[in-house]
Design a protein around this ligand. Structure first.
Ligand code: FPP
Length: 246
């Protein structure tokens, strides 16, 4: 994705990829660096992958940056992560706009340090016209809380189908379910990430640490995704089917 090329519109079939960006700390400590340096290198990996994703058929990219359980980390690390987020929001917007990236942030905003919620609102407004890639960053995010909150909002609303409930969970009507979830660093779990939207996601686990994840690693994950037959519970490769009524 170059800054001065014509922007490509997001075609309906462009994939939704979610990434659990794991391994920043191990990557850093193995090199004798501070964990903060690992998270900084993680931001550089974000830049690489955001740039590479559109040309690899990705229309929506959801990155897990800070889970609601990450508040349990040492205060110094939480503060450093919030500082990086503040820096990203302040310094990345021009590049995102130039590259046609629409940024939205999912998760709670009421517990973030002063000024970050306002910076998110500003970044979302400034990138709202981006049509090349929809970048979603999950911060203070818990999929179970998102489902719980949707259920509370749905209570008493009468019958609701899956699509309408999904809209309540995501807050983004019509958002495509996640097609592929990648987790780096060799860990094999979902850690409360996109539990509803990922009901039929293909899963890709790689030993690569997030700071060393490159465009080629994304291409490998997508190549493996395209080799799989997605049956959505049926017997042949197909899109999710309507449930017949008897
Ligand atoms: C997991 O690695 C990574 C995180 C908890 C934070 C991810 C954050 C970034 C990539 C940078 C900040 C993001 C933005 C948008 C500015 P870990 O620390 O759990 O690694 P470890 O398992 O090796 O300790």
């Amino acid at each position: 994705m170059q800054s001065n090329v014509a922007l490509k519109p997001i075609a309906a079939a462009r994939l939704h990829v979610g990434i659990i960006m794991d391994g920043n700390g191990r990557w850093a400590t193995r090199r004798g660096l501070s964990r903060l340096r690992g998270h900084e290198a993680g931001v550089e990996a974000i830049r690489r992958i955001v740039e590479a994703a559109p040309d690899q058929g990705v229309g929506t990219l959801t990155l897990y940056a800070f889970s609601s359980d990450n508040w349990r980390r040492p205060k110094a690390e939480v503060t450093a992560l919030m500082g990086l987020l503040r820096f990203y929001l302040a310094n990345e917007i021009a590049a995102l706009v130039r590259n046609g990236v629409r940024l939205t942030v999912i998760g709670r905003r009421d517990r973030l340090p002063d000024g970050i919620a306002a910076a998110i609102t500003r970044a979302e407004a400034e990138t709202a016209d981006g049509a090349t890639l929809h970048l979603r960053i999950a911060i203070d995010y818990s999929a179970r809380d998102a489902i719980l909150n949707a259920a509370a909002r749905a209570a008493g609303a009468g019958p609701l189908d899956r699509e309408a409930f999904a809209d309540l969970i995501t807050g983004e009507p019509g958002l495509r379910d996640v097609d592929l979830i990648i987790r780096t660093s060799g860990e094999k779990r979902l850690s409360d990430f996109l539990l509803w939207e990922g009901a039929y996601a293909e899963l890709h686990f790689t030993e690569r640490m997030w700071p060393e994840f490159e465009a080629d690693d994304l291409a490998d994950a997508l190549a493996s995704f395209h080799r799989r037959e997605r049956r959505f519970g049926g017997l042949t490769a197909s899109a999710p089917a309507e449930v017949p009524t008897f």
